[in-house]
Design a protein around this ligand. Sequence first.
Ligand code: NAD
Length: 477
Amino acid sequence: MQLNHIANQSLPSASGRLIDVIDPSDGQVFDAIQRSDASDIDAAVQAARRCLDGAWGRLSAAERGRLLMRLSHKVGAHAEELALLEQRDCGKPVKQARADAAALARYFEFYAGSCDKLHGQTIPYQDGYSVFTWREPHGVTGHVIPWNYPMQIFGRSVGGALAAGNVCVVKPAEDACLSLLRVAQFATELGFPAGAINIVTGYGNEVGDALARHAGVDHISFTGSPGVGTLIQQVAAERHCPVTLELGGKSPQIVFADADIDAVLPTVINAIVQNAGQTCSAGSRLLVEQSIYEPLLERLGQAFARLRAGPAALDLDLGPLIRQSQQERVAAFLADAYADGVAVVAQGQVVTEAPATGFYQAPVLLRDVPVAHRLAQEEVFGPVLAAMAFRDEDHAVEIANATRFGLVTGVWTADGARQFRMARRVRSGQVFVNNYGAGGGVELPFGGVKSSGYGREKGFEALYGFTTLKTVAVRHG
Ligand code: NAD
């Protein structure tokens, strides 16, 4: 049974209630987490505040950096343990879980190095004044984490917040707590002051809501669905608490006729199959120039037919989806599309070793999906790729921008001028040209426009969001 992590102690929730932990590969219960409530959040926020006003607040930036670097090394040394926990908890094929553990170590490494490089400015002003700015931490930061990449999102969010001098209260998704609770134990073993990192598990509408409402929380970093993002924003607005929102996407990959198709195909597949399509930045729309639409779909269809989903331990192309309701949600999207006459180019298979009680979905490639169709507009959060053809550059931009989202865009073309034009014209927080995702890019600011959210995490830029700027004007005559 797992316990909350508050002030470096492992504690049961005040109510003593539990939530089952289910292995998505076979649908069986194998552990339990605490079903916490507002009183547990209150204890965590108070512990965080004491830490901020005490040991954590007294650390120099360089000392914070050393602690974070030690945590990076510890995560690296225990990467296999974390990967295996994540494989069971989230149904991730083990090579994907290993990549997440490596990314977590890298986030802590990056932010460790940034602590003593975050500084303000001096500003030329009128004669007789000296003016400068300080970057100060918000204080107690709340972090609401989704289940799809718990380690990566914890790393970028908590890593950045700690580097900037904040203390953290974390609410992981109820489906994905185990790896994060283990990392918090590592921090305790390494001598992080009690209260710097607190983790309270439970349901979103109970503990997530309590965290967002708590008057002692000075900043909220939320990664999750647009609907819950709106709720968090509304709650935070009541006390004017700053919020960073990392919401969903319906990201297009735009392929022009002059693209290197051998490079396009594996990248397009990986961008929708990775984590069984449960990725906010999944390349879930494929926009192809008319003249190569048919040959490209033919080759892509052949590759899709070879994809295999199965138990995470088998380390195939895809594992299961996170839970039964997610499996049902994806199935409902597909049923709607089929009822509307959307055609399937190809689909992969679920291997026979997959238990019937697991939450599997074979990857599906659909064609000629109308731009206004739900499948081309809404996040499926499953391995479903919607292909459509475009006539020319203007048409590609029009389709690419025709959703409420704007997180990531992939552009594939050999034409240098068009690369820049397209990068300018698409509305999204990141654009990748002749690649997609740049291999993760811990250093690269990440976030959206429109309903994909606002604020940036990752990279040095995130540190500005985790601080508030104070301007000091000294009049000295
Ligand atoms: P979700 O919004 O249901 O849950 C996210 C987190 O919010 C969980 O920890 C959940 O417990 C909590 N939560 C739920 N209701 C809450 C409430 N009323 N108040 C406070 N917290 C609450 O989303 P999900 O199902 O966990 O994740 C899938 C969604 O997240 C997708 O839309 C996906 O695109 C998005 N996502 C975005 C990013 C990004 O960086 N942009 C990354 C991962 C996932």
